[in-house]
Every structure is written in structure tokens, then in C-alpha cells.
Design a protein around this ligand. Structure first.
Ligand code: CUA
Length: 325
């Protein structure tokens, strides 16, 4: 029986170890989650091997002969065995519970000096704001290495969910309330933030790039973004507002398919009987006014006029219509 148990344990261990079930960790929180995962997995392998050993051994050794139709012996109770199979699982489950509670508490703590990032989700884009860096806005999530980041999150429309697989932590964004999550990046690199709550037509496209930089590079990025970066301010708004996740716009290399293409605004404005800049501005701040053929009302959020200043919207209109700055 012991031999069968060892063989089963080795086979299951190979399945656990050889298949990459989890992405390579990129945060301190993910390291702790992995520890809980492996702690529970080792216990499961032990219990599974024990149960399989007893079953396989019993099936082979106590098999009834084909013509044997007699009842088995009547056995009632075994106090020692019953105490063991009650106490051992109780101890294991309590151990997993205590370990999970400790990890949850540690993963929820941002320490004394976290970087704060506000996260805004809406169908179907992510936006980020850095309140300690003069409310710097970005459509790309850039994080410094080795510093706890506290995300303060909300949604403008439906429930979305924040998840960077390599960072482990996951949290819903719910309209009307603020939710929090902490991530402490432990290696530099490029990652992807994905929405993991089915939130509508463009759910599968609701992603945002994540870059983890050294602390010095992060400071340089903040400085460059605060000085305007020398680029087109309209292009910056286009990126920060996540327009490209729903719209195609060749000048920005965007190929979203949720909303109408922005490559031929002149024709659309002509159809609506308006000058191009007027039509474009109206379609941004009041998207329900004119609905392009084949598209539905109520898909594009109608709060861009509140989220962005008049100056930013002006820059975006000029950028989209190709007017000179
Ligand atoms: Cu947002 Cu799915």
C-alpha cells in the first residue's frame, strides 16, 4: 500500500510542478499568494496519495470472486480511526485558514509611504491619475520598483475588475464606491492590466499596458510627463482617455472596433450636416446626439465633458480632425 501511495504522490507532484499553473510572480503580494497555493497543494497531494493508495490496494486485494454473492462482514465503528480522520483534517484546514488570514492581512497593508494611484474604469478603458504627482493623468500604468502602490478605484458605469496576472492581486471596481488594493512590484518589465469582470461588448478588449520602472526611471517618467513630454497634447488625451480601445484611428495606431472609426470624420460630419470640429466635439461630450449607422446608443460613456477640461477636449478635437495646433 505504501508503494502505491509513493507512486501516486510522485505522479501528482510531477503534474503540479511540470505544468506552469501560475505566471512568474512580479510582486511581493503574488509571492505570498503562491506560498498559500503551494502549502495547500502539498497537503492535497498527501491526502490524495493516501486515499488512492487505500482504494487501489483494497480493490486489488479484497476483490470478490465472480460467483461470490454473499454479503461482506458487518463492521461497526472504530474509535481510533474516527478520531484520526476528524483531528487530522481539522488541523490541516485550520492551518490553511490561519495562513490565508495572515497573507490577506499582509497583502492589504500598504505600509507607511505608499504611492497612490487612482484608477477609473469605464466601458471599455482604464485611466490612471497620480494624486501625489500633481494629478498626473495617464492611460498607461507606470509603477516604481519596490514601493507599495495603493490603488483607489472606482467605475463610471458597470462593475469592472482590476487584475495584473503576474501581480496576483484582484479587485472589483464598483460604480458609486471606492475600492482599494495594494501591489508592491518586485521586478521591472512590461505587463498587462486586464478587466476580469464581464462588462459589456468590449470586455475582452479592456486592457491597459503596465510598466514597472526603477525608482529613478519612474521619477524621470513623472518629470517628462509633467513637462508635457513635447508631444501633441491631443494625442496625450486620446491615449489617457483610452479612446483607442473602442475606436480605430490610424494616426494613433488605434484599431478598436467597438465604436465607429475616427478616420473619416469629415464624411460623418457632412452626413450630420455640421462643421467637422463642431460634430467631433459634440460626439465626444454628448455621444448620444448623433448615432453612426450600425452602432448603438448608450455604449460610449457620456462623461468625457466632465472628466476632461475644455482645453483638453479642444486639443483632442484638433488632434482627431487633423487641424494644426
Ligand atoms: Cu471592464 Cu470587463
Amino acid at each position: 500500500m505504501a508503494g502505491i501511495g509513493v507512486v501516486v504522490a510522485i505522479l501528482v507532484t510531477l503534474v503540479a510542478v511540470l505544468i506552469p499553473w501560475l505566471p512568474t510572480s512580479a510582486s511581493e503580494e503574488m509571492d505570498r499568494i503562491e506560498f498559500v497555493f503551494w502549502f495547500a497543494t502539498v497537503i492535497c497531494i498527501g491526502i490524495f496519495a493516501l486515499v488512492m493508495a487505500v482504494i487501489i490496494y483494497s480493490v486489488m486485494t479484497f476483490r470478490a470472486a465472480p460467483e461470490d454473492e454473499s454479503d461482506g462482514p458487518s463492521i461497526h465503528g472504530h474509535t481510533g480511526l474516527e478520531v484520526v480522520w476528524t483531528v487530522v483534517p481539522a488541523v490541516l484546514v485550520v492551518a490553511i485558514g490561519v495562513l490565508s488570514a495572515v497573507v490577506l492581512s499582509q497583502n492589504g497593508s500598504a505600509g507607511t509611504n505608499p504611492l497612490k494611484v487612482k484608477v477609473f474604469a469605464q466601458q471599455f478603458a482604464w485611466r490612471f491619475e497620480y494624486p501625489q504627482q500633481d494629478k498626473l493623468k495617464s492611460g498607461e500604468l507606470v509603477l516604481p520598483l519596490g514601493r507599495s502602490v495603493e490603488f483607489d478605484m472606482t467605475s463610471a458605469d458597470v462593475i469592472h475588475s482590476f487584475w495584473i496576472p503576474e501581480m496576483g492581486q484582484k479587485q472589483d471596481l464598483v460604480p458609486g464606491i471606492q475600492t482599494k488594493i495594494v501591489v508592491t512590484p518586485k521586478r521591472t518589465g512590461t505587463f498587462t492590466l486586464v478587466c476580469t469582470e464581464l462588462c459589456g461588448l468590449g470586455h475582452a478588449t479592456m486592457r491597459a499596458p503596465v510598466r514597472v520602472l526603477s525608482q529613478a526611471d519612474f521619477a524621470a517618467w513623472v518629470k517628462e510627463r509633467q513637462s508635457g513630454g513635447g508631444g501633441d497634447p491631443g494625442a496625450a488625451v486620446f491615449t489617457a482617455a483610452g479612446c483607442g480601445s473602442c475606436h480605430t484611428f490610424s494616426a494613433a495606431g488605434a484599431n478598436g472596433k467597438i465604436g465607429p472609426s475616427l478616420d473619416n470624420l469629415a464624411a460623418a460630419a457632412k452626413q450630420a450636416g455640421q462643421p467637422v470640429p463642431v460634430y467631433t466635439r459634440e460626439s465626444i461630450v454628448n455621444p448620444g446626439k448623433v448615432i453612426a449607422n450600425g452602432y448603438s446608443d448608450g455604449v460610449m460613456p457620456n462623461n468625457y465633458g466632465e472628466s476632461y477640461s475644455a482645453k483638453e477636449i479642444d486639443a483632442l478635437v484638433r488632434y482627431l480632425t487633423g487641424a494644426k495646433q
